[in-house]
Each structure stands twice: as structure tokens, then as C-alpha cells.
Design a protein around this ligand. Structure first.
Ligand SMILES: [Cu+2]
Length: 149
């Protein structure tokens, strides 16, 4: 009887010891998809219903890269009435205006940005640009790019 109890305790100890530190493995995974310096090589990621971060600030002439880091399909579509007057409209799918982007999404899922896909736009005019994910607009999936002189 004494010996059996001892073995049970020893087994319990072994289970605890099997919980190895995972930090080394996690660092290796985090290294995927980065520029090699540990920083992500995109500016705005996405969850199921949000852009992250929701707002980014850049300088004129710089680009923003969005990456769909979620499993759901999204769009990045500028609010035509909420970008600087002289600025170019931008949208996944390359549409020339917001109405077309919306029509294409609802008719054929046009402009879809699938998991792991990226979209980049260069901002040449200073100001604030509000944009939306068309399928998740009702859920508040909107973001902003602030372009400073
Ligand atoms: Cu979305």
C-alpha cells in the first residue's frame, strides 16, 4: 500500500513537469509574416468585425497596408463623402466610386478581401479618410487614416 501511494504522487509530479515553457515556440510563430524585425509587415489587421487599429496616422506620400488577419471576408472601402476633396477614392476591388463598390459587393461579393490577403493604398493628400467594411458596416466595422503634412 505504501509503495502504490508513492507511485501515484510521482505520476502527479511528472504531469506538472511536462508543462514545458512555450515561449520559444511562440516567438517562432510570431516571426511568420513579419518584416524580419518582429514587427508585422502590415499596418491594419482585422478581427471578425473590427479593423485593428481603428485609426492610423501617417505622413503624406506614405502607404497603408491592410491585411485580413481574420477568418471572415471583409472589404476596405473609402467613404466617398469622408475623404479630402482632392483625394483619390480607394477600395478593395479597385472600384472608382463607393456606389460601384457597394453594388459589386452585394451582387457578387466584389472587392472581397479574404483571409491573409492584403490591400495597399498610398495617400497623397493630407486629411482624414474614413472607410468601412461593407458587409460589416452594421456592426460598426469602420476605420480612419489620418494623413499629416
Ligand atoms: Cu468586415
Amino acid at each position: 500500500m505504501q509503495r502504490r501511494r508513492f507511485l501515484q504522487r510521482a505520476a502527479g509530479t511528472a504531469t506538472v513537469a511536462a508543462t514545458l515553457p512555450l515561449s520559444g515556440c511562440l516567438e517562432g510563430i510570431a516571426g511568420i509574416g513579419t518584416g524580419g524585425n518582429g514587427e508585422p509587415d502590415y499596418d491594419v489587421g482585422m478581427t471578425a468585425t473590427t479593423f485593428r487599429p481603428q485609426e492610423v496616422t501617417i505622413a503624406v506620400g506614405e502607404s497603408v497596408t491592410w491585411r485580413n488577419t481574420s477568418a471572415r471576408t471583409h472589404t476596405v472601402t473609402a467613404y466617398e463623402g469622408a475623404i479630402p476633396e482632392d483625394a483619390d477614392f480607394f477600395a478593395t476591388g479597385g472600384y472608382e466610386d463607393e456606389a460601384t463598390a457597394r453594388d459589386e459587393w452585394w451582387s457578387a461579393r466584389g472587392g472581397a478581401l479574404e483571409n491573409a490577403e492584403e490591400f495597399t493604398h498610398t495617400f497623397e493628400v493630407p486629411g482624414r479618410y474614413d472607410y468601412v467594411c461593407i458587409p460589416h458596416e452594421q456592426g460598426g466595422m469602420i476605420g480612419a487614416v489620418i494623413v499629416e503634412e
